[in-house]
Design a protein around this ligand. Structure first.
Ligand code: PHE
Length: 368
């Protein structure tokens, strides 16, 4: 059959050998075999060229029609057109099939398993000290205090003299200091200088009601003392402030920190800038007051220092000690963390070991 068409070249007498139906079927069969054998787009394109290209078999055959007598030309033309349609259909179908196979393979290759657990991004969190500081700022602002800040490089006057600790006064030995190259300045040893700064900032107005959180520095370094640590100062000055007001605020403070059942005890003590001065104890956070190893069987744990603002300090702040009075307290935040979490070593809080710090993820303070 193929031979029959092959003979249909230039100048041959097609009419004699042309069996349209048989030859057409043969061509279609042959083309389809080639088409099925093509397993990729390039091979398929080659088949298309071989049959339908400018020099393709069908193209040549169609071109040869012009040499035929009109009747034969019409008959053969119709057959060749049917062949071309069949070949084109077969090519298109194969093309679609190859494409579908390729797509299926790509899907399998690029498969994305949406059920795999995701990679949890490392979300940072605030340091437990920062969180404690903010917690206390929240508490005291609710009580009507505002937050006052002072410099960490402080003058000796604010840090000592104004607080009733004149030069060479033995009380200065209570706070081993870091001095800086500028004469008359040091790294502040406590947040109490902010008492004076806050009174100055109020310019004699009443009340003065501030807390002053921040870093302080002392030449101290052991398991429970760091050369840099964090204090929170409290100061309230107004007409008629008494020790009872101090006790009320402190009770609110320790109950917020250690739970509503916490009791406090004020013990007489000494600070140059308060008179009278007290050491404040809380009922033991471990045994609740019945006595245990943590509280050395006393039932009490020391938590902070406080007192009524010394008249000299009030005067240095620009207030008349005869008409106003005030209380002040100073709380060490590291100490609060140790008591809350039951640690006896504060150094890990400064060592940036995430395995340690991550234990204090948000929400864990309620379990303390
Ligand atoms: N400034 C004192 C200290 O650092 C603490 C304190 C503050 C005591 C306010 C009494 C009143 O030791």
């Amino acid at each position: 059959m193929v031979r029959a068409l092959a003979r249909a070249g230039k100048g041959s007498r097609m009419d004699e050998v042309w069996d349209p139906a048989a030859d057409a079927a043969g061509w279609v069969e042959e083309a389809e075999a080639e088409i099925q054998a093509a397993t990729d787009p390039a091979a398929l394109a080659a088949v298309r060229t071989r049959w339908l290209g400018r020099r393709g078999r069908l193209t040549e055959a169609l071109r040869g029609l012009g040499e035929l007598a009109p009747a034969a030309r019409r008959e053969r033309g119709q057959v060749l057109n049917r062949v071309r349609e069949a070949v084109e259909q077969a090519l298109a179908a194969r093309e679609a099939a190859l494409e579908a196979t390729a797509r299926a393979a790509a899907y399998a290759r690029e498969r994305l398993d949406m059920t795999l657990p995701g990679i949890r991004p490392a979300v940072g969190q605030l340091h437990p000290l920062t969180r404690l500081r903010r917690e206390l700022e929240d508490l005291f602002t609710r009580l009507g205090f505002s937050v006052a800040l002072g410099p960490e490089v402080e003058s000796e006057w604010y840090n000592f003299e104004a607080l009733n600790m004149p030069a060479n006064h033995p009380a200065r030995d209570m706070q081993d200091s870091f001095f800086v190259d500028v004469p008359g300045f040091l790294l502040r040893t406590h947040t109490s200088p902010v008492q004076i700064r806050a009174m100055h900032a109020r310019g004699g107005a009443l009340p003065v009601k501030v807390i002053a959180p921040g870093h302080v520095y002392r030449r101290d370094d052991d398991a429970t003392h760091s050369p840099m640590f964090t204090q929170l100062e409290g100061l309230m000055v107004d007409r008629g402030i008494s020790l009872a007001d101090l006790k009320g605020v402190l009770l609110t403070l320790v109950r917020a920190l250690f739970g509503p059942g916490t009791a406090i005890r004020l013990r007489p003590s000494y600070f140059p800038f308060t008179e009278p001065s007290v050491e404040v104890d809380i009922s033991c956070t471990v045994c609740g007051g019945s006595g245990c190893a943590t509280c050395k069987h006393s039932g009490w744990l020391e938590i902070l220092g406080a007192g009524m603002v010394h008249p000299l300090v009030l005067a240095n702040g620009g207030y008349d000690p005869d008409s106003v009075s005030g209380f002040a307290f100073g709380l060490g935040l590291e100490r609060v963390l140790l008591l809350r979490y039951g640690f006896d070593d504060l150094r890990p809080f400064y060592q940036n070991d995430l395995r340690f710090l991550q234990q204090f993820a948000r929400g864990s303070e309620g379990q303390a």
